[in-house]
Ligand binder design. Structure first.
Ligand code: SAM
Length: 300
């Protein structure tokens, strides 16, 4: 499925300290939360990858796609139920990390990996479950932080095409389970609106859980970036699109039909969530500041 293992970079890269998290009796390595290298493998945060990993329930033989796999935490969470998982990413370092994590947890036979952009080269009508925690950090135009997080000024660079395409790659009865932060306005959150358009509103089903139980005003979010330059144009553009707040969502979209490997839906509304907007904003401010100090980084 992927290029030969020897084509992958070395995990961990020289001089990079790794984080090790114990989850479901497995040890999963990734980059440290303090890592600000542009190609970092996404760190494992309780209110993000771990939360989504805990929501994954599959069945032996189920076919799962972990799109944007990073450390492979979601792939391993699915494989532990006996599912056959395909892990994809555009970052070769992430694939080296997932190959390592699958090997040390004796799941190599259950997790295939492949370097690709979104669904490129994937067979249609094939997956019982697609899981994704895609890059969703909105950034002012022209600014770039990490392959793992950059989502463009409207936050939809990856999330938009991912949701629009996902249904074609699901088997009848298959589900997309997606974690994302995105802008919202009078018509609700952009990701939910796109899912309602992309999935059939009569026969399919879309469920959304608003994890913070309320949005963050766009002004407060954009202020995180004010140390880097004026954010007025960005803010005006968001308002022009009708966005007034940011929301953090767990979204499940189901294609009509029946699966031969039925998988239980996650209890989205009962998802226990301990995060807060303030913790999230502090994380983003720390990334920006560390990146600036480390490399004399100066945004355009
Ligand atoms: C937020 S990280 C999540 C990683 C992991 N799934 C987790 O939950 O910890 C997003 C991942 O998507 C990958 N990615 C970014 N753009 C992509 C694209 N166009 N196609 C596939 N993967 C992409 C990044 O390299 C990164 O590993």
């Amino acid at each position: 499925m992927g290029p030969a293992l020897k084509a992958l970079p070395k995990w961990p890269p020289l001089d990079r300290e790794v984080d090790k998290v114990n989850l479901f009796g497995m040890t999963i390595e990734s980059d440290l939360p303090t890592c600000v290298e542009p190609d970092r493998v996404f760190p494992l945060f309780d209110d993000e990858s771990i939360l989504l990993a805990r929501s994954i329930v599959t069945a032996p033989g189920a076919r799962v796609l972990d799109l944007g796999t990073g450390s492979g935490v979601l792939a391993l969470a699915a494989a532990r139920w006996g599912a056959e998982v395909v892990s994809t990413d555009i970052n070769p370092l992430a694939l080296a990390c997932v190959a390592h994590n699958a090997a040390v947890n004796a799941l190599t036979g259950k997790v295939q990996w492949r370097q690709c952009d979104l669904f490129a080269g994937m067979p249609t009508d094939s997956f019982d479950l697609i899981v994704a925690n895609p890059p969703f950090l909105p950034l002012p135009s022209g600014l770039s932080l990490f392959t793992s997080s950059d989502a463009g000024p409207l936050g939809l660079r990856v999330v938009g095409p991912l949701i629009r395409s996902a249904r074609r790659f699901l088997k009848p009865g298959g589900r997309l389970l997606l974690l994302t932060m995105n802008f919202a306005g009078r018509e609700g959150a952009a990701a939910a609106r796109i899912a309602h358009e992309a999935f059939n509103h009569v026969t399919d089903g879309v469920q959304v859980c608003d994890l913070y139980g309320g949005g963050l005003p766009v002004e407060e979010f954009c202020a995180c970036f004010s140390a880097l330059g004026p954010t007025t144009d960005w803010l005006e553009d968001l308002k022009r699109h009708g966005f007034d707040r940011l929301s953090y969502l767990l979204l499940e979209a189901r294609r009509e039909g029946r699966l031969s490997h039925p998988i239980s839906p996650p209890a989205l509304r009962e998802t226990k969530f301990s995060g807060s907007w303030q913790a999230r904003l502090s994380r983003y401010r720390a990334w920006i500041e560390r990146r600036r100090l480390q490399s004399g980084w100066c945004p355009p």
